[in-house]
Design a protein around this ligand. Structure first.
Ligand code: GAL
Length: 411
């Protein structure tokens, strides 16, 4: 009897979230992209065993489908309790300006996160005096993946600049490789585009595109578009039908030599395909970007009107904790946001990313929500699709500048 009473008391004082309840989290991490999130949910359930977690996912790389579903739910007044959103403009320019998120400043304070989350990352998730989400990872966009055996077979090395890439491409074609570069569906081409821009215009040039100091119509940008067009001439013709995972498969099976993709590809290679970094797959920085780290961060927030607020706050606590981050990131291919992360848990690839994160010039990804508002990014896709077909650099850059003006970039 006494025991039962004590148990009841313990449950009551532990708070409603740990006794029972529900939590719905929303993301695009399904299928091959699921294991890291699954591990995090498992950890949450170890801490809060009574909570039933509804792990809602809408598949589609980079959130192409999930973001549309999320919009419908947010505008329809049925937000998930917490959802995946990129740190930066995707969070601030979409959901914070629309006044849909709760300020998490007090959570950051009570959890002591200001001491372990780099100030620049906090800046990305802050505006109007509030902090609006909890970042769980740092991904790198500017990585070029290859298969060491393929490069050996063809007698080439990974090119260090985009002009060098083009000559390597010609050499590989001459040796019978049809598509030295593999790309996938539309968003992966925009991902490639940003890497050609950073590698051609430099980190400062890239930043200037987003602060308005460099116009898209500038001859340097027009030239960089032309380079992008030539790079696309090295790519497979069936791109639109390939997911990023299928594109990655063409590296491991030796069909193509190179793929420029974020380091979720490292998670796919190691966690899903069980390949060893360095032998099963190789990597280097995207051409021209060896001193740069193009970053993006996945984060989760607390939308206003979330049904299970207490459970969500606990979810966010797990997400921002050292244990949470060191459970999630080694499987995901990303590194922890926290500076006290235990690197012994990470792959050789991730260790190299962690070193570069400390020593490189950091810039934000456009496609993955860091530097440009959604209004620009979503319209830009059609522009790139058209450019890939027409290769009209002047026309594309003029249209891009119009989009930038409309989205208020540099204002
Ligand atoms: C990115 C996201 C990554 C990964 C990738 C591919 O936008 O930040 O975590 O999921 O898409 O889907």
């Amino acid at each position: 009897m006494k025991k039962a009473l004590l148990l009841a008391l313990a449950l009551a004082t532990a708070g409603s979230a740990s006794a029972a309840g529900k939590l719905e989290i929303f993301s695009w991490w399904s299928g091959d992209e699921g294991p890291a999130l699954d591990a995090l949910v498992k950890l949450y359930n170890q801490k809060y065993p009574g909570v039933k977690v509804d792990n809602a996912t809408v598949s589609g790389g980079a959130g192409t489908n999930a973001k549309a579903v999320l919009k419908t739910r947010m505008l329809g007044g049925t937000p998930p309790d917490s959802f995946q959103v990129h740190a930066g403009q995707e969070l601030i320019g979409t959901w914070v300006v629309a006044n849909r998120m709760e300020d998490l400043s007090s959570l950051f304070k009570s959890e002591g996160w200001a001491k372990v989350v780099p100030a620049d990352v906090i800046k990305l998730i802050s505006s109007k005096g509030g902090i609006w989400s909890v970042p769980v990872d740092i991904h790198r966009s500017n990585v070029m993946w290859y298969n060491p055996a393929t490069l050996k077979k063809y007698g080439v090395t990974a090119p260090k600049t985009w002009p060098e890439f083009l000559s390597t491409c010609t050499a590989l074609k001459a040796k019978g490789m049809q598509a030295p570069l593999v790309v996938g569906e539309s968003w992966t081409q925009q991902h490639l585009w940003e890497n050609v821009m950073v590698g051609t215009l430099g980190a400062q040039g890239w930043e200037n595109l987003w602060n308005g100091k460099l116009k898209f119509t500038d001859p340097r940008v027009v030239g960089a578009f032309t380079t992008f067009g030539k790079v696309m001439d090295c790519a497979n013709k069936d791109a639109s039908g390939l997911s990023w995972q299928q594109a990655s498969d063409r590296i491991t099976d030796g069909t193509s030599a190179f793929n420029v993709m974020g380091d979720w590809a490292a998670g796919y290679f190691t966690t899903t395909k069980k390949l060893a970094p360095g032998t099963g797959f190789g990597w280097t920085t995207a051409p021209g970007t060896s001193k740069v780290f193009v970053m993006l961060a996945d984060s989760f927030g607390l939308p206003k009107g979330a049904k299970n607020r207490a459970e969500t706050l606990n979810w966010l606590k797990v997400l921002g904790s050292k244990q949470g981050q060191d459970t999630f990131n080694p499987l995901k291919g990303s590194i922890a946001v926290r500076t006290d992360s235990d690197l012994s848990k990470y792959s050789v690839y991730s260790k190299s990313a962690a070193t570069d994160w400390k020593h490189s010039k950091i810039v934000g990804s456009m496609y993955h929500g860091a530097v440009a508002p959604e209004s620009f990014t979503s319209a830009f896709g059609a522009l790139i699709d058209q450019f890939v077909a027409s290769k009209d650099s002047k026309g594309a850059t003029a249209a891009a500048q119009q989009l930038a003006d409309k989205a208020g970039i540099g204002k």
